[in-house]
Design a protein around this ligand. Structure first.
Ligand SMILES: [Cu+2]
Length: 499
């Protein structure tokens, strides 16, 4: 695999067990959603739906590739233009599982080694404006990169499904289609392209990355353009807590913001859940670009409600390979004429609706439990924190004690290349049902990362931290600390720091 392709896949290698939840606040994302757009496909466009059955292991959160060769019959069997891509994930009975149980983190299609479409958790449909399309030749290489996250400890059979809107060359409209490619503009195109947003970070409850990150290299979010063309479409990708992505175009010493893609949250957990649609460009949004221009992106998160670990900010852009009109945003008139209004590619999705946070007697209130043993290490096995797990009765369920000034080490003893766990503090008692907005990382601002190792033979990056243990800082104040696993939010436990 060429390094450019590898890089593009690495860029997508993220997990996001960011299970948020809180009441709406002033810092929520834009609140009145724009209209859902109606795609305008050229006459003769075919709707082709393909289904790939997959077995998902208990607790799996792996980033995987699947080649879609000609013999798979899961691709068009003729040459033409891909003008739309719609991802989904279903159970064998045809229902879409709730995302707090089985979550499609991303479904990315690579055409001849380059990203063609990239759909994330928000299931944005990737549609080109009428007159534009991705060139697909019958012999081309097509690879799917999928990351499906099983938030439960049960094995699952799922079907991942993608619909291609495809205009065959035999259709008369195919003759006038202008080819586009995707520029993958990511805030952090490293080998693991995520970053952490800590509660309280930034200015006035908002944190913009990479601008507010002293550690980030500002120029890593930049994608140069090598030939004259036209930008014809974009939509942002972010995670819970995210408010918007901003796409910029720079020419010489001038920079213009050419699109803000807002996150529109539904339900009561505004700004803190996966129940999101992203604002996409209108079909008449067109920006003329020249060789030498540079695209860049910034993403802004709300930091009032929780910390958001392993966050993302991406603005994939559809760019025509030759000039096809568009405004010049570096002139006053051109910039004023740029239609920056948004459309949604889909309304609220029913699978995103279980907020969680309901009362249950599954979990103990750790604050009321007697001290457990004084320990230096807690093992994690069979999806249970082996001391202090809030589902364990009796002595095993009591929070282990660590002396102030000491640290407590956590070790993942489940198969480390298959099952990753985290230790992520949540506000006590952290004893309610799991859902898209509960628990939140709203406790002490520390996090273990995903304790686990990349699986052998895998050459794309995983969410795993590359180690199976983590120790709490020695600076914790006395108290009872409740925590959960971001990968498997039903896992809850506590430990206690004492003088
Ligand atoms: Cu876990």
């Amino acid at each position: 695999m060429p390094s450019s392709q590898r890089k593009l896949i690495l860029v997508l290698a993220a997990t996001a067990a960011l299970i948020g939840g809180a009441l709406p606040s002033a810092a929520s994302a834009a609140s009145t959603p724009p209209k859902v757009g109606v795609p305008d496909y050229p006459a003769g466009t075919k709707k082709l739906t393909y289904k790939v059955p997959l077995n998902i292991e208990p607790g799996q959160n792996l980033n995987l590739l699947k080649s879609i060769g000609k013999n798979t019959k899961m691709r068009p069997n003729e040459s033409g233009w891909i003008v739309g891509f719609v991802p989904n994930l279903k159970r064998a009975d045809g229902t879409t599982p709730p995302v707090d149980q089985i979550h499609l983190h991303h479904l990315v299609m690579l055409l001849n080694g380059s990203v063609l479409t990239a759909a994330g958790e928000e299931k944005t449909k990737w549609i080109t404006p009428n007159g534009f399309g991705y060139r697909f030749n019958d012999g081309d290489s097509l690879i799917l990169n999928h990351m499906i996250h099983n938030l439960t400890a049960n094995p699952e059979k799922v079907i991942y499904e993608y619909t291609l809107y495809f205009l065959p060359d035999t259709a008369p409209a195919a003759e006038s289609i202008i080819q586009v490619r995707t520029d993958f503009v990511d805030v952090n195109p490293g080998t693991y392209p995520v970053f952490d947003v800590h509660q309280g970070a930034g200015v006035n409850g908002r944190y913009t990355y990479p601008k507010d990150s002293p550690a980030s290299l500002m120029n890593r979010n930049r994608v140069p353009i090598y030939r004259d063309g036209t930008l014809v479409g974009t939509a942002g990708h972010l995670h819970p807590g995210g408010l918007y992505t901003d796409l910029y175009l720079t020419r010489d010493d001038q920079t213009r913001r050419i699109f803000r893609s807002n996150a529109y949250y539904y339900g009561r957990a505004k700004g803190a859940s996966w129940n999101i649609s992203m604002g996409a460009t209108n079909p008449d949004w067109k920006v003329a670009v020249k060789a030498g221009d540079v695209l860049s992106v910034q993403v802004t998160y709300d930091t009032t409600k929780a910390s958001w670990y392993e966050s993302m900010g991406i603005s994939p852009v559809q760019r025509s390979v030759r000039p096809a009109g568009g405004v010049d945003p570096f002139t006053t008139e051109g910039f004023a004429a740029l239609d920056q209004s948004e459309v949604l590619t889909h309304p609220e999705l029913p699978e995103n609706r279980d907020n969680g946070g309901r009362k249950t007697n599954v979990y103990a209130d750790a604050r009321k439990l007697a001290d457990g043993p004084t320990l230096s290490e807690v093992r994690i096995k069979d999806f249970i924190y082996q001391q202090g797990d809030l589902t364990m009765p009796g002595r095993k369920g009591r929070p282990p004690v660590v002396k102030q000034g000491q640290s407590l080490r956590f070790v993942n003893q489940d198969p480390p290349t298959k099952i990753y766990h985290t230790v992520t503090p949540c506000k006590a008692p952290c004893d309610r049902t799991s859902g898209i907005s509960f628990p939140l990382a709203d406790g002490e601002r520390i996090d273990s990362g995903e304790l686990g190792l990349p699986f052998s033979g895998g050459f794309i990056d995983q969410a795993a931290a590359g180690r199976t243990s983590w120790s709490t800082p020695k600076t914790l104040n006395p108290g009872t600390y409740t925590y959960f696993c971001r990968v498997h939010p039903f896992m809850r436990a506590a430990f206690r720091v004492k003088r």
